[in-house]
Design a protein around this ligand. Sequence first.
Ligand code: ADP
Ligand code: MG
Length: 265
Amino acid sequence: QGSSQSLGSSSNESDIIPVENDIVIRTEKLNKSFGDKQVLKNIDFKVRRREVVALIGPSGSGKSTLIRCLNALEKADSGEIYIQGERLDPNLPVKQLSPMRRELGMVFQNFNLFPHMSVLQNVIEAPLLVRKMSRDQAVALGESLLKKVGLLEKRDAFPNRLSGGQKQRVAIARALAMQPRALLFDEPTSALDPELVGEVLKVMKDLAYEGSTMVVVTHEMQFARDVSDRVVFMSDGSIVEEGDPEELFRAPKERRTQLFLERVL
Ligand code: ADP
Ligand code: MG
């Protein structure tokens, strides 16, 4: 295919941009309003392969909306989204959208585990149904992922028997089970009791060091500073400033970034 690349079967020539093989996610002038409130304003956002991007900013600044647009859970009003170089068209029927959505694994604040399924079932459901893996293969994959997040001994437990930190680690294993190109985390530790935050951050840190591509919406500034490769600061629907974590935290350039960091650090 030379200098262009596509995924899935829905692409046609006009959807394909020249390589930039390295870029997993790219948005171009993304705009989104709810009613008369514009919550995304001309967002140009890029995530490279193996990059860990921390997305920070005040509540209501549009962070969740941005990552929900990336996964077509919300539909932008204008602008473009490319996943692995292929344009994401949120107007496509679900059946055609699904293969692209699967490229990005989501981890939400509230875990969203299936309550009527065991831990292992939660993790292998999608590989079985969507990837059509054999049961043996899926179980082997599921067990290896549960081991990775330190929960193999909970494989037969049901979610209501788990702590919040354990639930979130299962949710991460479940997202990984689809072997996505990137993981999108939306405040994965915000719903946790403080003493459970560390075990989830530890798993995320391991993933980062293994070279996973990750976007992490977070209020954990220490994590952003220590683990991310780049910090993106959003305020009021715009990307106000972005850069190297060390630099951005030490010497933010924009007034709005300074004010935000003064409040949270
Ligand atoms: P953040 O994640 O940075 O806290 P959000 O993306 O959740 O911000 O929200 C940005 C703005 O959009 C907020 O003002 C929020 O109230 C509004 N908003 C988000 N989702 C909806 C929705 N489904 N309907 C109406 N307003 C929404
Ligand atoms: Mg949010």
